[in-house]
Design a protein around this ligand. Structure first.
Ligand code: UDP
Ligand code: MG
Length: 305
């Protein structure tokens, strides 16, 4: 059985086309499938249309969350309810073409892989979103020392044991494309061109995307902390050199002239550097706090299967 998970947040303009295209695509792969549409607290007619879809075809299921929890949580919610031996994840805005699913599924089974994910060889979002996303992928690839992760998202299919491994990860800061690499197993990709979203506006604001990028960085690397540490060490070295220089100069009878501006400017400079570093430290502390609070990632209101 194949389970397809689709998170949806106010996507009434797309639901009908999404469901018909996804059903048609899955049909080509197998008869035995379910489509779990996670309604992430939509306030428009998304749920109504999902229920109509369910009435037409019982394989279309609606997992209703109690409010908007964000799309990484919505995917995780879908994952906990998926019963398939093989699980697929796909955004609901048709930026991930459902027509690719049979090819992914085919590759997974034919080559005995555990994960087949989509790799975007081209994307069509507008400025500055596309440039920001590309920058993120470039840095994140370096941070993870993994070429494969560049230009990949949630779109992909994986085996039951990968799903089990992902569910076993209890962390609250979830960046699923990163975690999917973390769990390992045999992985490969297929390439595709990613169109811009077909209808409606992006449901993730630039701010939320930045947040997601932060989650990705802070949960996968201590690089920001290293930057603080090394800058600090550099500062100490500079300070000591200046100290030696000043003392030597005094010993030889001429005190170097230190002006008001250089004093005040350096106070401001080091003050702001310290604030930035406190902020970075704070990001880690906040994340530790969130983990210890141990609140659920999502709350399910209803599962219509
Ligand atoms: N989405 C969601 N909850 C949210 C935001 C988005 O379930 O809080 C869904 C959205 O309906 C879409 C997918 O996640 O199916 C990707 O969202 P979007 O296209 O806005 O993200 P982007 O393409 O900007 O990364
Ligand atoms: Mg999108």
């Amino acid at each position: 059985m194949l389970s397809l998970i689709i998170p949806l947040y106010n996507e009434e303009l797309l639901v009908d086309e999404l469901l018909s295209r996804s059903s048609a695509a899955l049909q080509r792969a197998t008869e035995d499938y379910e489509i779990i549409c996670v309604d992430d607290g939509s306030s428009d007619r998304t749920l109504e249309m999902l229920l109509a879809g369910h009435a037409r075809d019982g394989r279309i299921k609606a997992l209703v969350l109690s409010r908007n929890f964000g799309h990484q949580s919505a995917y995780t919610a879908g994952l906990t309810y998926a019963r398939g031996d093989c699980i697929a994840m796909m955004d609901g805005d048709l930026q991930d073409p459902p027509e690719l699913l049979p090819a992914m599924f085919e590759k997974l089974t034919a080559e005995g892989l555990d994960v087949v994910f989509g790799k975007r060889i081209e994307r069509q979002e507008k400025w500055p979103k596309r440039q920001l996303i590309q920058l993120f992928h470039k840095i994140f690839r370096r941070v993870l020392h993994n070429q494969e992760i560049e230009n990949t998202g949630n779109f992909g299919v994986f085996s039951r044991r990968v799903a089990q491994a992902l569910l076993a990860l209890q962390e609250k800061n979830r960046y699923l494309p990163g975690l999917r690499f973390f769990v390992g197993f045999k992985q490969d990709h297929i390439e595709y061109r990613r169109p811009d979203r077909q209808e409606g506006t992006a449901k993730m604001s630039i701010g939320q995307l930045v947040r997601l990028a932060f989650d990705a960085f802070f949960s996968f690397t201590d690089l920001p902390l290293k930057v603080c540490l090394y800058t600090g060490i550099l500062g100490v070295i500079t300070f000591f050199s200046a100290l030696v220089f000043t003392c030597t100069a005094r010993a030889f009878g001429f005190a170097p002239y230190i002006g008001w501006s250089s004093t005040v400017l350096s106070i401001f400079f080091f003050g702001s550097v310290q604030l930035v570093f406190l902020g970075i430290l704070g990001e880690y502390v906040y994340r530790i706090y969130r983990e210890t609070q141990n609140r659920p990632l999502f709350i399910v209101q209803e599962y219509i299967d």
